[in-house]
Write a protein that binds this ligand. Structure first.
Ligand SMILES: Cc1cc2nc3c(=O)[nH]c(=O)nc-3n(C[C@H](O)[C@H](O)[C@H](O)COP(=O)(O)O)c2cc1C
Ligand SMILES: O=C(O)C(=O)c1ccccc1
Length: 360
């Protein structure tokens, strides 16, 4: 029986058996039991009727692959380079808020798990652990996700703190001027327990001053690290992002949590990639659960993908080893998919891996 030792946990929960959790869906099932109802409803929640949430998955499932046999690919090269740094595989941890409601070690467990699996972790503005502690703990690259607050001085100090602590990129979330209709959160009257604090949240709720492209230019003037915009869902906005001078674009519908009935991200991705036309890297998130999903996103123009909910589930099930296991499962599935498709490297993954009905 495979057991993972968690040094910082109480003896009652020191050994967590992960051997039965063989894919990312297994972690979701297990997390439904492991998490408090409050945390589970928060994480699982989509906006309104949860149509976009479902479409993210369905659209990936509906894409069929076109395999090639008798190639000599045995050990595929999954490395990609982003902003001059090499990632061992093209999967990052998407920013998710409030890890303190998911596991007692909160963001520190996420950082340890990411580092154990050699992954880059994008830390949410609504972390429940100070950035200094996360930076002390991580041995692999960190990026910072920014929610801009009304207090622009506070925002300036925060991004400059992140840069000073060694965070390597800034992802400015642009799809959340207000939160979406979250009926699940309303039903449970969601709120942070008194002992879980988000130190960079300030006044919660909607902000008075909406974020505009001018703010994106301002943010770039504050830091030297690459600035990406997260939450681009139409090609025109992608063009405006380029004009604003951003270093990268993340195609995201916030995991279906904000504006219900926008399309699946995998459906929008090729249009954004076409408009960006290689000028900056395009990343994508939403519904990535299988190695074949990663392949599909890369084939349609993503340089790398991010995963949100599965990391929360890994964290809730087993802390750092759970996070690491989720990443490693997806990485290994990606490697298998590349071998079975006859693709030796990530740049070699192109539209030829997607099935199209032959003309003749
Ligand atoms: C529980 C939870 C909290 C989130 N918090 C943030 C956040 O603080 N900032 C942000 O930019 N996106 C946030 N997101 C969106 C994720 O970064 C990401 O876009 C989305 O989860 C990707 O889809 P997936 O969960 O299907 O992988 C959150 C998502 C979840 C599930
Ligand atoms: O839950 C979320 O998806 C999210 O991004 C968020 C927004 C406001 C407060 C906390 C988290």
């Amino acid at each position: 029986m495979q057991q993972e030792f968690l040094p910082q946990m109480s003896s009652a929960t020191a050994f967590i058996d992960l051997s039965g959790l063989v894919n990312l869906f297994d972690f979701e099932t297990k997390a439904a039991q492991a998490m408090s109802n409050l945390a589970y409803e928060y994480v699982v929640s989509g906006a309104a009727d949860e149509l976009t949430l479902r479409w993210n998955r369905q659209a990936l499932d509906n894409l069929k692959l076109n395999q090639t046999v008798l190639t000599d690919v045995t050990k595929p090269d999954t490395r990609v380079t982003l902003f001059g740094h090499e990632l061992l595989y093209p999967i990052l941890i998407a920013p998710t808020a409030y890890h303190g409601i998911m596991h007692p070690e909160a963001e520190l467990a996420t950082a340890r798990g990411a580092s154990a699996a050699s992954a880059t972790y994008v830390v949410s503005s609504f972390t429940t652990t100070p950035l200094e502690k996360i930076a002390d703990t991580a041995t692999q690259p960190l990026w910072f996700q920014l929610y801009v607050r009304d207090d622009r001085e506070f925002t300036k100090d925060l991004v400059q703190k992140a840069q000073a602590l060694g965070f390597q990129a800034l992802c400015v979330t642009v799809d959340t001027p207000v939160g979406g209709v979250r009926n699940r959160e309303q039903r449970i009257n969601f709120g942070l327990p008194a002992d879980v604090v988000a130190p960079y949240m300030l006044a919660p709720g909607p902000q008075k001053n909406p974020l505009t492209w001018k703010d994106i230019e301002w943010l770039q003037s504050l830091v030297d690290i690459p600035v990406l915009v997260k939450g681009i869902m139409n090609p025109n906005d992608a063009e405006l992002a380029i004009q604003a001078g951003v270093s990268g674009v993340i195609v995201s519908n916030h995991g279906g949590r904000n504006l219900d009935t926008v399309p699946a991200t995998i459906e929008v991705l090729p249009y954004i990639a076409e408009r960006i036309n290689g000028r900056v890297p395009v990343l994508m998130d939403g519904g990535i659960r299988r190695g074949t999903d990663v392949v599909k996103a890369i084939a349609l123009g993503a340089k790398a993908v991010l995963i949100g909910k599965p990391i929360c589930y890994g964290l809730a099930c087993a802390g750092a080893p759970g996070v690491a296991r989720v990443l490693t499962i997806l990485r290994e599935e990606l490697e298998l998919a590349m071998i079975l498709l006859g693709k030796a490297s990530v740049p070699a993954i192109d539209r030829s891996v997607l099935w199209e009905k032959p003309d003749n």
